[in-house]
Design a protein around this ligand. Structure first.
Ligand code: HAS
Ligand code: CU
Length: 561
């Protein structure tokens, strides 16, 4: 029997392919919207009215950071659990159920958003079908109920996916008593624990307040409360996008570099730290919100600074693994080993460039997290700069690079156009450098985010360039990213149909240099970490939430008749 995943687990490979296909379709739509925005904002080409800009902006956000990232995640995690436990799910019907729920949810939310393009949208469930509420969708912006119903189905789908993987792991545990959890599965389980704990926030916000309000069942809500519940979920969700990329950096990148993961125990500690610290930090998105006192914001700032630790540990472990690989390949010297890395491999180069960009995005995250300096950058174009280096490159480029390695194993087909794939990942890197450089600099001089009409056409000379120069950079960068996304989708499509070929890819994962046996077993005792995580959340949120509700009421202030 061949070693290929598709030959060992044909049924599971089918689900992973389905999830990836949905992710790629979302990527295509999101990328198109991104290109339209870049040209619109910079006033280079305006294909839509400025009011429709917000439909496009919502679609860009939702299709990319909710559909693309999370469908890729479930595909990747399905692969990781199956491959590392060496067994399929307990019941494939559950697997297809979560995929189905997530797809129906996406379809409903997508239809609600796209209806914004219609001149005369139909009325559904008592209001006009539209959802121009941006990907952060908190009140007072209101969408048609269909949008929220879609989101709820989608999230329930992800919960069932997690249940599916936990069930598979429990079955494996019975068959393999006393064994350590294989690292990829450990990563899946810890990510899902973080997701269960944090997505409760958005579920409560939607089911208890926003959906009834949009259906007309209640006529007011407390916006600070729904915003706080949103951000309770809104920070951890960024790690829900990031952790599958981390999985590829820890599991696949060391191998592609020609070596082995430096330390399995450190990787486990990193994922545990994300379980503990991802949630009690959400208020760092609300430093400028009135209604939450400074003291609570200060606690959250401290937590956020601690949360840098797992990423700094990752920088160390992943680069150490790359260096080990380079030295196995004959690399020498303090920095010269970098030249021994397999730079002609698009999967490797894409992930390495994504990591490099992530370092810069991480530094801007530290700027965001500072309570005082946040006042300078909040709601400016700096924030989309941060978003595009983080989820738009660290995550998206890693997923594309990872696809070049995974798709041949999932289809049994050889990757089409390896050279072109290399061009594609480099093009993304160049595009993002142009675009985010412009966004960061524009943000620092006060250009706002989320507007179709950034009124900055006056002749404002700054030391390093002018407004027209910043605009040109943004537009050029945006176009390069769009071309790169199209190239990626073309390569994947051609590969999917490249049937009569032999895939030349080795899907085996070598063991870590320092394995799980070098770490205490308590790392695998997930209950301990869940308990500590919950305590930290109570400390960070109990008082602010009580405060917000006591002042503004559960359903908004009682302002009388
Ligand atoms: Fe953030 C806003 C703080 C990480 C996403 N963030 C956002 C928003 C998004 C987002 C979408 O404190 C906007 C939300 C909105 O619409 O309003 N963020 C942080 C901090 C981190 C951070 C402290 N963010 C992320 C990640 C995201 C993401 C990851 C998506 C995936 N962020 C904030 C704050 C705000 C914010 C405030 C609110 C701003 C405002 O005012 O609105 C940290 O997790 C970052 C830690 C990272 C590092 C980097 C370590 C370096 C590594 C590289 C290794 C190198 C390799 C390659 C592998 C310290 C790991 C080597 C290559 C060779 C060639 C050798
Ligand atoms: Cu955050």
């Amino acid at each position: 029997m061949s070693d290929l995943f598709v030959d060992r687990y044909p049924d599971q490979a089918r689900v992973v392919r389905a999830a990836f296909t949905t992710a790629y379709i979302a990527l295509g739509i999101g990328a198109l919207f991104g290109a339209l925005q870049a040209l619109h904002r910079t006033d280079i080409l305006r294909l839509v009215e400025s009011t429709t800009y917000y439909t496009i902006l919502t679609g860009h956000g939702v299709f990319l950071v909710i559909s693309f990232t999370i469908f890729f995640l479930v595909g990747l995690y399905q692969w990781a659990v199956t491959d590392s436990l060496n067994r399929g799910p307990v019941d494939m019907r559950l697997t297809w159920t979560w995929y189905g729920l997530m797809s129906i949810g996406t379809l409903l939310a997508g239809i609600a958003i796209l209806a914004g393009f219609l001149d005369d949208p139909p009325s559904v469930l008592g209001s006009e079908l539209s959802a121009d509420v941006l990907f952060t969708f908190y009140a007072p912006l209101q969408a048609n109920p269909i949008f929220y119903i879609g989101l709820v189905l989608f999230v329930v789908g992800t919960w069932l996916a997690g249940a599916d993987w936990f069930r598979t792991w429990w079955a494996w545990k019975k068959e393999n008593p006393g064994e350590r959890i294989p690292l990829p599965t450990f990563m899946v389980l810890t990510t899902m624990i973080m997701w269960y704990i944090s997505s409760i926030g958005v579920a409560v916000a939607i089911l208890a307040f926003i959906l009834p309000w949009s259906l007309g069942l209640i006529d007011s809500l407390n916006p600070t409360l729904t915003r706080t519940l949103f951000w309770y979920f809104g920070h951890p969700v960024v790690y829900f996008w990031l952790l599958p990329a981390y999985m590829l950096w820890y599991i696949v990148l060391p191998k592609l570099s020609g070596g082995r993961l430096f330390s399995d125990p450190l990787a486990r500690v990193v994922f545990i730290l994300f379980v503990l610290l991802s949630t009690p930090v959400g208020i760092h998105h609300q430093y400028l919100d009135p209604g939450i006192s400074e003291g609570f914001k200060y606690i959250v700032m401290t937590n956020t600074m601690f949360l840098l630790l797992p990423s700094l540990l990752t920088a160390f472990t992943v680069v150490a693994s790359m260096e080990h690989g380079a030295r196995q390949r004959g690399g020498e010297g303090t920095f010269n080993w970098l030249r021994a890395l397999p730079w002609r491999d698009p999967a490797f180069t894409g992930m390495a460039l994504a990591g490099l960009v992530f370092a810069f995005g991480g530094f801007t995250g530290i700027v965001n997290a500072g309570m005082n300096i946040n006042y300078l950058v909040h709601n400016s174009l700096w924030v989309p700069g941060h978003i595009h280096t983080q989820v738009g490159t660290a995550v998206a480029l890693t997923f594309m690079a990872g696809s070049y390695w995974l798709i041949p194993q999932l289809t049994g087909n050889r990757l089409v156009g390896r050279q072109l794939a290399l061009v594609q990942v480099v093009l993304w890197f160049v595009g993002i450098v142009f675009m985010t450089n412009s966004m960061y600099r524009g943000g620092l001089i006060g250009i706002p985010r989320r507007t179709a009409e950034p009124q900055y056409s006056f002749d404002y000379e700054i030391a390093v360039g002018s407004i027209p120069e910043l605009r040109a950079q943004l537009a050029i960068g945006g176009m390069l990213l769009f071309i790169s996304a199209l190239l990626f989708l073309t390569i994947i499509l051609l590969t999917a149909f490249n049937n009569d070929s032999i895939p030349v890819v080795d899907g085996t994962i070598p063991p870590a240099l320092s394995g799980p046996e070098d770490s205490p077993r308590i790392l695998d005792d997930l209950r301990v970490w869940i308990a500590i995580a919950l305590v930290l959340i109570v400390i960070a949120y109990a008082f602010p939430l009580a405060n917000i509700v006591s002042r503004g009421g559960l359903f908004g202030p009682d302002i009388g008749p």
